[in-house]
Design a protein around this ligand. Structure first.
Ligand SMILES: [Zn+2]
Length: 354
């Protein structure tokens, strides 16, 4: 099916919910009545049984693509680098997410892929493409409204086991949760069990593991979200392996599949009433000061929950350029408006149709 790219799009239900008419930027609180028929009075209508209370809520999740909050090993401090940009601004820790923090702070959960490490460790695995930021940069995520990051990607061990352990410690100190590489994030949001699983998409055997993990988590959780670091860098077309893996996760019970690694946007598929966001592109991306493509999105999905089950989902796509400066990356994503927004939405529509 085609995407409706402005406002919320209902999916997986027979008729659009009232939320489908919400406009960009509107608050994401529940607009569904808490109790249907609560005004009936047993005194005035003694013969009418009170309808059962329907326990309803809605949960809004935002997703971001690749976030590298640091520099390539040999790039730190060079003109135009992430470190150089931070040195030039008043409040470096709040700077990268400052134009999107309000949006990301208004949802129930924001998930990103953390590409790289947060460590002072000096031994690196691949000197050319190793990504490292200072441990205190974890606060950028917290200040930006990012609650949870995937760590199962090809840069998590750029600075070895020590670098990975330092990264986890830095995130915990900044109160940012993480998942992937065997770590499962389980949390309650508005009384609903939400689980996040993360995988590197390539290795053989991933599919079997994903299906087993999703099926296990679905026994207790209402919403299971699966993140995959997959696909081919720089490719706008999805790979058949991505489609097979994403659909297998949905078939096993996943409510949403999020993808990253290609560093550019790929399409969004609706499959069995659920969504597979094949690639979210880059977001705050310190490891490349001159990316050829700066188009991105904040992907939002709202889950409408009734009596412990997902009744329907609605999606909301917010077009973004990953840099305020159009000529080179200044590592501060901005929400696009009007014509600029439409260009990104049209591109995403074409990718999704393909
Ligand atoms: Zn990657």
């Amino acid at each position: 099916m085609g995407l409706v790219l402005v406002g919320w799009l209902a999916s997986g239900c027979a008729s659009p919910t009232p939320e489908a008419a919400l406009k960009l930027g509107e608050a994401c609180s529940s607009r569904v009545p808490e109790a249907v028929g609560a005004t009936l009075s047993s005194a005035t209508l003694p013969s009418v049984a009170e309808p059962p209370q329907v326990d309803r809520s809605s949960i809004t999740i935002s997703a971001l693509g690749d976030c590298a909050i640091g520099d390539l090993h040999y790039g730190a401090g060079a003109p135009g680098s992430f470190a150089a940009q931070l040195a030039a601004v008043d409040d470096p820790l709040s700077y990268p997410f400052s134009a999107v923090a309000e949006t990301l702070g208004a949802d129930d959960l924001t998930i990103a892929n953390l590409e790289g490490t947060l460590t002072h460790h000096k031994a690196w695995q691949n000197p050319v493409f190793s990504i490292r930021g200072k441990p205190e940069y974890a606060q950028m995520l917290r200040l930006g409204g990012v609650d949870l990051v995937n760590l199962d990607n090809n840069h998590s061990h750029d600075y070895g086991v020590q670098g990975h352990e330092d990264t986890k410690q830095a995130l915990t100190a900044a109160e940012v949760a993480y998942f992937g590489r065997g770590t499962v994030d389980r949390r309650q949001i508005k009384g609903v069990e939400v689980v996040n699983l993360g995988y590197l998409g390539g290795p053989a055997g991933t599919r079997k593991r994903v299906v087993a993990d999703v099926a296990r988590e679905r026994e207790t959780a209402t919403i299971v979200i699966v993140s995959f670091h997959w696909g081919v860098e720089g490719f706008y077309a999805t790979h058949p392996d991505q489609r097979a893996l994403g659909r297998a996760a949905i078939d096993a019970g996943a409510a949403l599949v999020l993808g990253h690694h290609p560093h550019v946007l790929q399409g969004i598929e609706t499959y069995q009433g659920r969504h597979i966001v094949y690639s979210l592109g880059n977001f705050v991306f310190g490891a490349n000061s001159q990316p050829q493509d700066m188009d991105s999105i904040i992907y939002q999905e709202r889950f409408h929950i009734a009596e412990g089950k997902i009744e329907s989902v609605t999606q909301h796509i917010i077009p973004v350029r990953i840099s305020t400066d159009k000529t080179q990356n200044d590592f501060r994503p901005v929400i696009l408006e009007q014509d600029e927004a439409q260009v990104v939405l049209t591109k995403l529509q074409k990718l999704s149709d393909a």
